[in-house]
Design a protein around this ligand. Structure first.
Ligand code: SF4
Ligand code: SF4
Length: 101
């Protein structure tokens, strides 16, 4: 389930630098998340980093884009092919994930 930003966004920009995948960018009206890059922070954090800093808590799971943990982890590993530590966490099945809290 990719995270998405609702129209409550006030364009503060706080979320953009927090994303481990650079999935967030400034859109024409509100900030946007690219679902092809969002991993719900699986592999890096046990929570969505964007939502954690959002002053209006408008970074929410997208019910139209449901994904399981494995898909999200695989995407993280693919996006960070050079990240040996992430790969090691994935192989050991010991990685931060919002699904494991
Ligand atoms: S949930 Fe995580 S990976 Fe997805 S956009 Fe937010 S910070 Fe980036
Ligand atoms: S932190 Fe929240 S309000 Fe600020 S730009 Fe990101 S989604 Fe919008």
């Amino acid at each position: 389930m990719a995270t998405y930003i609702t129209t409550d966004c006030i364009n503060c920009g706080a979320c953009e630098p927090e994303c481990p995948n650079e999935a967030i960018s400034e859109g024409e009206e509100i900030y946007l998340i690219d679902p092809e890059l969002c991993t719900e922070c699986v592999g890096f954090y046990d929570h969505e980093a964007c939502q954690a800093v959002c002053p209006v808590e408008c970074c929410l799971p997208d019910p139209k884009h449901v994904e399981v943990e494995k898909e999200l982890l695989d995407r993280a590993v693919r996006l960070h092919a050079e990240d040996a530590a992430l790969k090691q966490r994935a192989v050991a099945n010991e990685f931060p994930s919002r699904f494991r809290k």
